[in-house]
Design a protein around this ligand. Structure first.
Ligand SMILES: [Ca+2]
Ligand SMILES: [Ca+2]
Ligand SMILES: [Ca+2]
Length: 229
């Protein structure tokens, strides 16, 4: 009787803990920029900041995110109206690229937990840095190295193809991102705030799935013990 009661208490605690962990992982605020709705070679500017892109598109969803003037949307040349030399983008057919050697994205209200995106960089390795102040000021929270990616020839055309997911977890609150060294040589898409895995990635047999499986097993054992008692 005593043993049964102890087991039951342990099992209940375990289930409660797992439920709490699952809830915490799901409550993170995750936002993704797909750049769909912007024109070919249009500056993104305030499209995601309650305003318009440089050619008058938008407004998109107001996430409070703005880009420096050299951050441009570009549409795949395989799609109507596009001139982009890319393929395999996670959200067709518009991606982001930069004409400046250092372009900045500001998110003054801030985001936490992680930052991620898809990219293609077939010639040069570059890096992306995350800061806790706007305009790449304050503390450097994380740097994401971007290795040179392979090219599969496009969808059906495009050298910058496919796009690969990359991301980083960090502590603190981020307010700006520096896309240094990415001038005209890197394409980005599905820029995701609040997660080290960009939206669009099909999860591996995930931590969350494992937690659910363990919780179910624990619950079942507890039910059997309770019934036996
Ligand atoms: Ca495409
Ligand atoms: Ca293409
Ligand atoms: Ca897109």
């Amino acid at each position: 009787m005593i043993k049964s009661s102890t087991n039951r208490t342990t099992a209940v605690c375990r289930v409660a803990l797992l439920t709490a962990l699952a809830s915490a992982s799901l409550s993170a605020q995750i936002t993704t920029l797909t750049f769909e709705g912007l024109g070919n070679l249009e500056p993104v500017l305030n499209f995601y900041n309650g305003g318009l892109g440089g050619s008058g598109s938008g407004p998109g969803v107001n996430y409070g995110v703005s880009f420096s003037p050299d951050a441009l949307a570009i549409i795949d040349s395989d799609a109507p109206g596009g001139t982009g030399n890319f393929g395999g983008e996670p959200s067709p057919s518009t991606v982001l690229f930069f004409l400046a050697s250092s372009a900045v994205m500001n998110y003054p209200t801030g985001f936490d937990t992680g930052f991620s995106f898809y990219y293609s960089s077939v010639f040069n390795p570059v890096s992306v840095s995350v800061y806790d102040g706007i305009n790449k000021t304050g503390n450097l929270l994380a740097t994401i190295p971007l290795a040179v990616t392979s090219s599969d020839g496009g969808d059906p055309s495009g050298s910058f193809s496919p796009f690969f997911p990359v991301g980083v977890s960090f502590s603190g609150t981020a307010r700006s991102v520096d896309f240094g060294g990415a001038a005209n040589q890197v394409g980005f898409d599905n820029i995701t705030f609040g997660s080290a895995v960009p939206t669009g990635v099909v999860p591996e047999p995930s931590t969350y799935a494992a937690l659910v499986a363990v919780a179910a097993i624990g619950g079942h054992q507890w039910y059997r013990r309770r019934k036996a008692a």
